[in-house]
Design a binder for this molecule. Structure first.
Ligand SMILES: Nc1nc2c(ncn2[C@@H]2O[C@H](COP(=O)(O)OP(=O)(O)OP(=O)(O)O)[C@@H](O)[C@H]2O)c(=O)[nH]1
Ligand SMILES: [Mg+2]
Length: 292
């Protein structure tokens, strides 16, 4: 059986676990035609997938994946030619990627996972820290009548860096030792697309407008990535918190009312729209066959 490894990368709360939950639901439910089809679960945590998919169906948000709680699942699928393929899919905590950027540090088990496989790079489309200018912030504070101390230094922390700077740095780290295994395929997943769709931009234009540095970095071919960008709504709207005291979300109630939970999902590749979350996986895996 052909073995493929796909790494879900992304800063904290970028939609990695939600994607895996929705994918598992689709594969098990089989109510939507998908390029890759479920064959069997060969290794890893079935209970993890079952748990997150159940949470997803209930329209409740996933727990943050804990730093020591990385889950590596292996799913046996059948490809479009009905040949068996196995995908190993580590669901790593965004905290591990945050540490790579902020502390320039990587735990050896995480490094071991990152030295193989194509990349699903998740970016929460509604949680992008844009570059900002000190002069603009000062002018805004003055307009609002907030106190501004002239000449005072603003302490800098890597966490304050724009999202696109952090992501480009993460991708550059994959082309440097000890993680460099040559150029790979990357599917950029602009998650929570339901929040972004109102801007009327397609995924490419959204990337160009909101993350121009990332777009230029990918396009320039400096690190020779073979890339695509998708708009992904794995939930279809906001889910409820698991905190019973928190107010319920109108989106969550509407989504629970759909007769088929799979219909919550939207995936955009250019103008092409589908509910098939295996499509980007099939494209990423094809690189292994093409030898690219
Ligand atoms: N509106 C909307 N929110 C989404 C969607 N997908 C994910 N989210 C929200 O984004 C947040 C983060 O989702 P997770 O899947 O837990 O993110 P993660 O990347 O696994 O996070 P870590 O485990 O901390 O690395 C949660 O509040 C989700 O409910 C979506 O399609 N639509
Ligand atoms: Mg997670």
């Amino acid at each position: 059986m052909a073995d493929h490894s796909i790494i879900a990368m992304g800063l904290p709360e970028s939609g990695k676990s939600t994607f895996l939950a929705a994918l598992w639901h689709l594969l098990i439910e089989r109510d939507i035609d998908t390029v890759l089809k479920f064959h069997s679960l060969t290794a890893g945590e079935t209970s993890y997938l079952t748990r997150i998919a159940k949470r997803w169906r209930e329209a409740k948000v996933q727990d943050r994946t804990e730093l020591n709680g990385a889950q590596v699942v292996s799913i046996a699928l059948r490809d479009a030619d009905d040949a068996p393929v196995q995908i190993t899919f580590p669901d790593l905590p965004g905290e591990a990627y945050r540490r790579m950027w902020e502390e320039r540090d990587i735990d050896p088990p995480v490094a071991d996972l990152l030295i193989s496989g194509a990349i699903l790079l998740f970016v929460h489309a509604d949680d992008i820290r844009a570059p900002s200018w000190v002069v603009d912030n000062t002018a805004l504070s003055k307009m609002l009548g907030l106190p501004v101390t002239e000449g005072a230094e603003v302490p800098w922390h890597p966490r304050l860096a724009p999202t696109q700077v952090q992501l480009v740095s993460l991708l550059q780290a994959l082309r440097q030792p000890p993680l460099d295994i040559g150029p790979r395929r990357i599917a950029v997943m602009l998650s929570a697309w339901d929040k972004a769709a109102g801007e009327g931009l397609g995924p490419h234009d959204y990337l160009t407008t909101k993350l121009p540095l990332l777009r230029q970095y990918l396009e320039s071919g400096a690190d020779e990535w073979d890339w695509r960008v998708y708009g992904l709504s794995a939930q279809g709207g906001d889910y409820d918190s698991i905190d019973a005291a928190a107010p319920t979300k109108p989106d969550a109630a509407r989504l629970r009312d759909l007769d088929q939970p799979s219909k919550r999902i939207r995936l955009l590749n250019g103008a092409h729209e589908t509910q098939d979350l295996t499509e980007p996986l099939a494209w990423l895996m094809a690189a292994d066959e093409d030898g690219s």
